[in-house]
Design a binder for this molecule. Structure first.
Ligand SMILES: NC(=O)c1ccc[n+]([C@@H]2O[C@H](COP(=O)([O-])OP(=O)(O)OC[C@H]3O[C@@H](n4cnc5c(N)ncnc54)[C@H](O)[C@@H]3O)[C@@H](O)[C@H]2O)c1
Length: 255
C-alpha cells in the first residue's frame, strides 16, 4: 500500500517484530499445525516424509516440529537463501515436482497462491495428506483438486478424500483452510501473549506519538522489552553488559 501511495495513515508492521514472527509464526504455527494434523487424522508422524512448501518463519516451524516428532522433512523453496538455510538446518531440498511424489504429508506455508497447483496433483502418492498453514486457503488449489477428482468423501471430520483418475487417494485437511486454526486449537495461548503484546505496544505508540503516514517498524527497544517481559514471567533474569563491554562493542577502531 505504501509503495502504491495508498497508505494515508501511520501503520506499524507488527509481524516484522522479532517478538512476533520468531515465536508466533515459527513455534506457534509449528506446534499447533502438527497437533492439528495428528488430531484430525490420528496418524503417526514418526518415519513419515513431510514436504514443507515455503521455508519462511512458518515453514521453519512446521519443519522443526515435524522433525522433532520423527518425520523426515523435504523443503520446497523458491528463494535460494531460504533453501540453503533449510539445507543447512538438516532438511532435504527439492523442487515440488521431485518432492511431491515422495510426500506422505504435504504442508503449504508460502503466503501465496497455488503453492500446490493442478499441475502437481498427478504426481502425488496414494494416501497423501494435504494441509495448508499459510494465510490463505488458495495456497492449495482446492477448486482444481475437486475438479480433478471423480469422487470426494469425508472420511473423518475435516478430512476429505479426493479420488483422482488412476485411483490415487488424496486426503485434504479442513478444505485447505489454516490447518492449525480451522482444524485445531490455534496457537498456544502463551505464545499469543507475545503477539498481543506487540500489537498493544504498537497501538500505544500510534496513539502517543505523532508518527508520519506510512509504514513504521516497531522500535527495537520495545521489541526487546516484550521479550524481556516474557522472560520475566518465566522467572528468567538476564545479565547485562558492563559499561566497558558496551563501549568495546560500540567502538569502531581497534585500540
Ligand atoms: N497458520 C497460522 O496460524 C499462521 C501464523 C503466522 C503466519 N501465517 C501465514 O503463513 C504465511 C507464511 O508466513 P511466513 O512468516 O513464513 O512468511 P515468509 O514470507 O517468511 O515465508 C514465506 C516463504 O515461502 C516462500 N515461497 C513463496 N512462494 C513459494 C512457492 N510457490 N513455492 C515455494 N516457496 C515459496 C518464500 O520464498 C518465503 O521464504 C503467511 O501468509 C502468513 O500470514 C500463518
Amino acid at each position: 500500500m505504501q509503495r502504491a501511495g495508498r497508505l494515508p495513515f501511520p501503520a506499524i508492521a507488527g509481524n516484522d517484530a522479532w517478538s512476533k514472527h520468531l515465536f508466533d509464526n515459527r513455534h506457534g504455527t509449528g506446534q499447533s499445525a502438527l497437533s492439528a494434523i495428528q488430531q484430525l487424522t490420528n496418524l503417526g508422524v514418526a518415519g513419515r516424509m513431510f514436504c514443507v512448501v515455503g521455508y519462511g518463519w512458518v515453514g521453519r516451524g512446521i519443519a522443526q516440529y515435524a522433525r522433532g516428532l520423527g518425520a523426515r522433512v523435504t523443503v520446497v523453496e523458491v528463494d535460494p537463501i531460504a533453501a540453503l538455510e533449510a539445507l543447512m538446518d538438516g532438511h532435504d531440498i527439492a523442487n515440488l515436482s521431485d518432492a511431491a511424489p515422495r510426500a506422505d504429508v504435504l504442508v503449504t506455508a508460502t503466503g501465496g497462491i497455488n503453492g500446490l497447483g493442478s499441475e502437481h496433483f498427478a504426481l502425488l502418492k496414494d494416501g497423501v495428506l494435504l494441509a495448508n498453514a499459510g494465510h490463505d486457503r488458495r495456497e492449495i488449489d482446492v477448486a482444481a483438486l475437486a475438479g480433478a477428482a471423480h469422487s470426494a468423501e469425508e472420511k473423518r471430520p475435516g478430512v476429505v478424500c479426493y479420488t483422482l483418475d488412476g485411483g490415487t487417494r488424496v486426503y485434504l485437511l479442513v478444505q485447505g483452510e489454516l490447518v492449525n486454526i480451522a482444524g485445531g486449537q490455534g496457537h498456544p495461548a502463551d505464545i499469543l501473549d507475545l503477539s498481543f503484546s506487540v500489537q498493544l505496544a504498537a497501538a500505544r505508540l500510534l496513539a502517543s506519538e505523532n508518527l508520519t503516514p506510512g509504514l513504521h517498524k516497531l522500535p527495537e527497544s520495545i521489541d526487546r522489552q516484550v521479550a524481556r517481559t516474557k522472560l520475566g514471567t518465566l522467572g528468567i533474569v538476564l545479565d547485562e553488559l558492563t559499561p566497558e563491554q558496551t563501549r568495546f562493542r560500540e567502538q569502531w577502531a581497534v585500540e
